[in-house]
Design a protein around this ligand. Structure first.
Ligand SMILES: *[C@@H]1O[C@H](CO)[C@@H](O)[C@H](O)[C@H]1NC(C)=O
Ligand SMILES: *[C@@H]1O[C@H](CO)[C@@H](O)[C@H](O)[C@H]1NC(C)=O
Ligand SMILES: *[C@@H]1O[C@H](CO)[C@@H](O)[C@H](O)[C@H]1NC(C)=O
Ligand SMILES: *[C@@H]1O[C@H](CO)[C@@H](O)[C@H](O)[C@H]1NC(C)=O
Ligand SMILES: *[C@@H]1O[C@H](CO)[C@@H](O)[C@H](O)[C@H]1NC(C)=O
Ligand SMILES: [Zn+2]
Length: 941
């Protein structure tokens, strides 16, 4: 369908609705929407013929060509000494680290081959071999026949002249050198400025498969062992690791005065949870019931008190989890440290948790309430892992979803305990359920659980760290905990943790302990826990439950955003689920039920039904038209009932919009749910509405209905804007309540976006005052939205001012993050282009932030095509720096293309990826499949 046709139709509709009210706008929007949608489905048909090929590892019979370790050797103890050099080698210019390692292991099956993981390490040779082998028991160790490094599968391979004997212990000694690169993986370096000087620190990120990049090790989560760690470091620096430091001595090595810090032996643990850090950081600390708690950060941050909030909350959250798990914290200390360059949000290394600076450091002068909540939540998430994940570890990465889903669920419980006034537990609906619904409703989604044999390569492992594992995992576990009741859930959980302490488990082990708890509590379930949960864990997607209140019938069907999508993945349950339903009739709670063919929810003329109360179930709900109308009426007119079901109001909005996108209900019906918004003051429903309107913005901001849509939204948001203006003394303060603070931001950002003049003047005045006086009086809560709107409305002067502040604020990551985002809001193409160039220069934009910045620019209407051109032009560089299965890379590909809606644009994407595909590895192919499906299913995104 051509563009000309699209425009003339739209112009016609515009003529009809000129001067008419909200309903007409709604209809016009829905007409254009369905045209766009239609175009998209055509595209979908063409796509099915051009499925990219899938790459599988080359099969081979040699043990060293397989990615999994053979099972004949089991490590017991490692002694690892590492010396990171914080100045570059004068001859090569490289930053390096030196190391030596002793590993004692037991042979459990005779073998003449030793495979141990090693990646990017160079070894010292002993008698022409890369290692020395000794015996620890009575038999003699065989000689090493040949040894080499196997690059693809990342092994140090030792072929032996004789056999290692079952039941005997051996010792392997190695010396090696590695690069301390700025690549954010394994043992790497991070840099920052302090007192006008460049500081270099050494830090680690092992998960999932980079421990082998710092020393040779059996790098699989079930290969638990004890670790004796020693770090050599410069005088004036501090060394940290998982264990407590026992002693630091001065040594002289190669004529250099150094320090040697020895750490106490760790508990029995997995390699991916190790951490080694050398820095000149400062710290604050306290202790709780004998456990030492410390927060580390660069000196200026500690001096500014930025570690205090984390320190205040860590002890109480640890205590909360001790009680929740009925198990004392298993280690003598808990260190948490903020790293300037860090790829993920945080990492649960046992006893030494690493964070992005923005995820740990709080400063009243710079942090918004959202920053603060993020800190409390991430700390809770990581501390939850100290038991669930670290003490008891999943046997292999295919069960990652249980580890991450669990922590992503209980992080809300931990944060709620730390900040009870915030009521954060309900936010899981916005933060996880709605978020992952969007992905899990695609025909290209995948089940929570993967087969162990399907997850082999490091890239396949990295791919598991996705929204399905985190957010669907959390949502499904929350549902489980709800239908079991929190007491039974805890009982089973505690028994699981005590059964597998310091060991490994698979997800069905947890089901077994929960089943036992349910049985002992005489809880009645419609089937075994295993059978119930299998329907949620072994098949992708989720159901929409359809209730006809006239006949009382209740049924389910696989919910797909694209009604024409063809599901090619077979399901062992034919896309049927065993569904727990909590429901209410005309505002009164009813007995919960399990969906069966006999379920009935019949209502009389003056009754209405609402199902999935508090959105505890992982499914959407649709009703007959009559019941929809009654629900909308409750929203419109019954303030008290509405307030008692705030989460469900958000659910009604989100379900309606998504049912409309799936063509199950009409778009008019969905937009009708927004009519009542002029009366809404609560955060959760507003946020759900905005998330869905975002989608409409993405589609329409390049079309002619943009104007009428803005007019309609201005009418909806003005009362909210007015409400907060009154409450906050002309927007000069922020409200008291946590949710009110969030909603004030929503009010300002939507009001400004829809062009409410009063709002725009307000933000421009604030920003101007900052530029004029160099004093920033904008409240931290409002900064992101104020900066963004002011830069969007302004030109070079505003942008340059913000950039100078960004550079100046490098030491306060919280503030520089807000500026970095706002800089992407300008409407000037040349400024955006220049900004894009900056993203690939680590001296301008840190590597950890590069892809996020490009995606921010792509989210700007003006920036989208610029970002797309930029990514294509710099493809090989970006891929080499940020590719290879990293989290941020998939975000980049999705982010820069999410606005595409025309056939021409789609062809561009396809052409480009076809050209580049052959040189890319497996994870990339996966992203392309995701991307192509996204086109098919999302309507014009
Ligand atoms: C490892 O280090 C510990 C503590 O320093 C020591 O007791 C042990 O003997 C060492 N083991 C080996 C194999 O070097
Ligand atoms: C390891 O050896 C390779 C090949 O000789 C070399 O290019 C690389 O720089 C070495 N790495 C380090 C850290 O010395
Ligand atoms: C930390 O706790 C202390 C003592 O309760 C309190 O005075 C301080 O304001 C708290 N700091 C932060 C940032 O929460
Ligand atoms: C908590 O743990 C203790 C011992 O570790 C045990 O005796 C007790 O039964 C446990 N309580 C619960 C509720 O699991
Ligand atoms: C938190 O929830 C309780 C109970 O639902 C409510 O009374 C209270 O006002 C809420 N607090 C905030 C800050 O929203
Ligand atoms: Zn986690």
């Amino acid at each position: 369908m051509g563009k000309g046709f699209f425009i003339s139709k739209t112009v016609g509709i515009l003529g009809i609705i000129a001067g008419v009210g909200a309903l007409a706008t709604i209809i016009a929007l829905s007409v254009v929407y369905s045209q766009e949608k239609g175009k998209n489905n055509n595209q979908n048909e063409e796509q099915t013929t051009s499925k990219p090929p899938t790459t599988t590892p080359i099969p081979s019979n040699k043990p060293w060509d397989k990615y999994r370790l053979p099972k004949n050797l089991v490590p017991e103890t490692y002694n690892v000494t590492l010396w990171p050099r914080l100045t570059p080698d004068p001859t090569t210019g490289l930053y390096t680290f030196l190391g030596s390692s002793v590993v004692d292991f037991e042979c459990v099956e005779d073998t003449d081959l030793i495979l141990i993981h090693s990646n990017k390490l160079n070894y010292t040779e002993f008698e022409n071999q890369l290692a020395r082998l000794m015996s620890v028991s009575s038999v003699e160790a065989p000689a090493i026949k040949s040894s080499w490094l196997q690059g693809v599968t990342q092994y140090l391979v030792l072929e032996l002249d004789g056999t290692l004997k079952k039941g005997h212990k051996y010792r392997l000694y190695t010396e090696f050198i590695g690069e301390l690169a700025d690549d954010l993986g394994g043992f790497y370096r991070s840099e920052y400025m302090e007192d006008g000087e460049k500081r270099v620190m050494a830090t680690t990120q092992m998960q999932p498969t980079d421990a082998r990049k710092s020393f040779p090790c059996f790098d699989e989560p079930a290969m638990k062992a004890y670790f004796f760690i020693t770090l050599i470091h410069d005088r004036g620096t501090t060394a940290l690791s998982n264990g407590k430091d026992i002693e630091t001595t001065e040594i002289n090595h190669d004529g250099q005065d150094l320090l040697k810090t020895v750490f106490e032996r760790t508990e029995k643990m997995s390699t991916y949870l190790l951490a080694f850090i050398v820095s000149d950081y400062d710290s604050i600390g306290n202790s709780i019931d004998g456990v030492e708690i410390r927060i580390f950060a660069r000196r200026s941050a500690i001096a500014a008190g930025q570690g205090q909030y984390a320190l205040n909350k860590t002890g109480p959250i640890l205590k909360f989890f001790e009680q929740y798990y009925n198990a004392t914290y298993p280690l003598p200390k808990s260190d948490q440290i903020a790293i300037p360059d860090f790829n993920a949000g945080a990492m649960e290394n046992w006893g030494l948790i690493t964070y992005r600076e923005t995820a740990l450091l709080y400063d009243e002068a710079f942090s918004s309430n959202s920053n603060k909540e993020k800190i409390a939540t991430i700390i809770a998430h990581e501390l939850a892992h100290m038991w669930f994940g670290n003490l008891v570890t999943l046997r292999w990465w295919n069960d990652l979803w249980l580890n991450e889903g669990f922590a992503s669920y209980v992080e809300y419980l931990g944060a709620n305990n730390a900040e009870p006034e915030w009521n954060v537990t309900d936010l899981i609906v916005l933060g996880d359920i709605h978020r992952v619904f969007a992905i899990d409703a695609l025909a290209s989604s995948h089940p929570l659980s993967s087969k162990e044999e399907d997850i082999q390569t490091p890239a396949q492992i990295s791919e598991l760290f996705d929204a399905i594992s985190y957010s669907k995992g959390a949502s499904v576990l929350r549902m489980l905990s709800d239908f079991l009741t929190e007491d039974v859930f805890q009982l089973g959980l505690r028994s699981y943790l005590s059964a597998f302490s310091f060991g490994n488990a698979v997800y069905t082990d947890l089901w077994y302990h929960l089943q036992k708890a349910a049985d002992s509590s005489k809880l009645e379930l419609p089937d075994t826990l295993d059978n119930i949960m299998n329907t949620w864990v072994l098949q992708m997607g989720f159901p929409v439950v359809t209730i006809n209140t006239g006949t009382g019938s209740v049924s389910q069907q696989h919910f797909l955003l694209d009604p024409e999508a063809v599901v090619t993945t077979p399901s062992p349950f034919n896309y049927q689920w065993i569904i727990p339903i909590k429901w209410m009739m005309t505002g009164n709670m009813q007995n919960p039920l399990w969906l069966t063919s006999k379920s009935a929810m019949k209502a009389t003329q003056d009754q209405w039904v609402l199902a999935n109360v508090n959105m505890v179930g992982y499914y959407r709900v649709n009703y007959d038209d009559d019941n929809w109308a009654k629900l909308l009426d409750v929203l419109q007119s019954n303030h008290q009932v509405r307030q008692r079901m705030i989460v469900n109001v958000a659910q009604i909005l989100d379900d309606a919009f998504n049912l409309a996108r799936a063509k199950i209900i009409s778009t008019v019906q969905a937009l009708n749910t927004t009519k009542y918004l002029s009366n809404e003051r609560d955060y959760i429903p507003w946020k759900a509405a905005l998330n869905n309107l975002d989608f409409f913005y993405l589609m329409f901001d390049r079309s002619e209905v943009y104007g009428p849509m803005q007019d309609y939204l201005v009418k909806k948001v003005s009362p909210l804007f007015e409400y907060y203006k009154q409450m906050t003394d002309n927007s000069s303060k922020v409200p008291d309540g946590h949710m009110d603070q969030y909603n004030q931001v929503n009010a300002i950002s939507l009001a400004c976006r829809t062009g409410l003049e009063e709002c725009q003047n307000l933000v421009m005045t604030w920003f101007q005052e900052w530029m004029d006086t160099d004093t920033n009086r904008i409240h931290p809560n409002l900064r992101s939205t104020v900066y963004c709107n002011a830069i969007a409305a302004g030109g070079k002067k505003e942008w340059d001012f913000a950039w100078s502040q960004f550079i100046k604020n490098d030491s306060t990551a919280i503030e520089s993050d807000k500026l970095r985002y706002a800089l992407s809001c300008t409407k000037q193409p040349w400024l955006l282009n220049r900004y894009l160039e900056y993203t690939l220069d680590p001296d301008m934009i840190r590597k950890q932030d590069a892809t996020a910045t490009i995606v921010d620019i792509a989210s700007n209407v003006v920036g989208q095509s610029l970002a797309w051109d930029f990514v294509r032009a710099r493809w090989s560089y970006i891929f080499s720096q940020y590719g290879g299965g990293s989290f941020s890379f998939s975000n980049l590909v999705n982010g820069v293309t999410k606005r595409f809606s025309t056939e021409f644009e789609l062809q561009q994407v396809r052409y480009f990826f076809e050209m580049t595909l052959p040189q890319c590895g497996f994870p990339f192919v996966h992203f392309v499949i995701l991307l192509l499906n996204w086109f098919g299913s999302h309507g014009p995104p």
